[in-house]
Write a protein that binds this ligand. Structure first.
Ligand SMILES: [Zn+2]
Length: 354
């Protein structure tokens, strides 16, 4: 693995980024072919020989659902550090993601580097819209717990805002607000939980302008909010009504199969690919590569996964490529929006548990 740390998170020009990322991904394809027999069989079945792709869109991809059907691991059993599972209702089959120490460490380092480009280097007092007790069990580590743990490196004085029955823990919330109302704080939670268990109760309680210097990161599916006709714009408006006009709100998109590589929404409302990852949109029937302005299935690329063959994944999410290198926010790279899930597939997502 070449050194990723000197790379500016959103600063690489197109040619430079493609050269760096392609080199990393080709190396990973060869590594997984050599260390994961089911993956090697998949490539062989697609007629793909020991692969050196000549462009990012030629890197072979694995369908996200295969992680539910097969144990895709490139790690010896004795080197498994922990296994992540996607959250879901018990009737659904969960994805199993096998991590060794190096991959787990890389995930959290990249995530912190990426998100601190929004929060700044200083650790902020952090309010977590969840309950304490998510992050204990190493063997069956949930995606929700992993998300909270990954972001906790950005914060200090970690405060869990909810009781275990998901009701707001008002004494704890009020104490956090009293202590930090004039400080830059960080709030994190899964989108639907932030809405249902924090913002709605705050508004119903007639509290307003509570944490005007907050930055809110939220992630997870929009489906439940769409069912309630809550768009991203409505979400942001209500967050600012409760917490303060100047509050920065950033959604981010990521897969449990690629933790650490996330696509963060900028001030323009666009999800951005960082230097270490990329996104390709493919036609949902033919899988041909789509151009700017067109929608289709989202494929995600990341240099992180070494313990399992998840460096190139075709998701079941629909998205639209919005542009590349020219977002008014100044960040380089591709930017896109998520349109929802492919119809008629099972619904799976971090925040869909509740
Ligand atoms: Zn932007």
């Amino acid at each position: 693995m070449s050194d990723w740390k000197p790379l500016e998170v959103f600063g690489l020009a197109k040619a430079e980024k493609q050269a760096w990322l392609l080199d990393e991904l080709n190396r990973l394809t060869l590594h997984h072919q050599a260390h994961c027999a089911p993956y090697a069989n998949l490539l062989a079945g697609q007629g793909q020989q020991a692969g050196v792709a000549e462009s990012l869109d030629a890197v072979p991809f694995v369908a996200a659902r295969l992680f539910k059907m097969l144990c895709l691991s490139s790690t010896q059993p004795e080197d498994v550090f922990k296994t992540l599972t996607s959250s879901g209702t018990t009737s659904q089959v969960k994805s199993q993601i096998v991590l060794d120490r190096d991959t787990a460490a890389l995930q959290s380092k990249v995530l912190v580097s990426l998100l601190s480009s929004f929060t700044g280097k200083a650790r902020r007092p952090m309010l977590i819209i969840d309950h304490d007790g998510l992050t204990g069990d190493k063997a069956g580590f949930s995606a929700r717990g992993a998300g909270v743990q990954g972001l906790s490196f950005l914060g200090r004085d970690h405060t869990y805002a909810l009781n275990s029955d998901m009701t707001p823990n008002w004494p704890v919330i009020d104490e956090f607000i009293a202590k930090y109302t004039n400080a830059p704080v960080l709030i994190f939670g899964f989108t639907f939980m932030v809405w249902q268990h924090f913002i709605e109760p705050l508004i119903a309680s007639d509290r307003s302008n509570l944490l005007p210097q907050a930055l809110l990161f939220h992630s997870g599916g929009w489906k439940k909010l769409q069912d309630q006709a809550v768009s991203n714009e409505v979400f942001k408006t209500m967050v600012r009504q409760a917490l303060g006009e100047g509050v920065a709100v950033h959604n981010f998109y990521g897969m449990v199969e690629q933790i650490g590589s996330v696509f963060v929404e900028c001030e323009q409302g666009h999800l951005h690919a960082p230097s270490y990852a990329d996104v390709i949109i493919r036609d949902q029937e033919t899988l041909e590569v789509k151009n700017i302005g067109e929608s289709g299935l989202i494929q995600v690329l990341s240099f992180i996964p070494k313990s399992y063959p998840g460096h190139s994944i075709l998701t079941e999410d629909l998205g639209r490529l919005l542009g590349e290198g020219d977002c008014p926010c100044g960040r380089k790279g591709r930017y896109f929006e998520v349109l929802g899930r492919l119809p008629k597939t099972e619904v799976r997502g971090c925040s869909d548990v509740f």
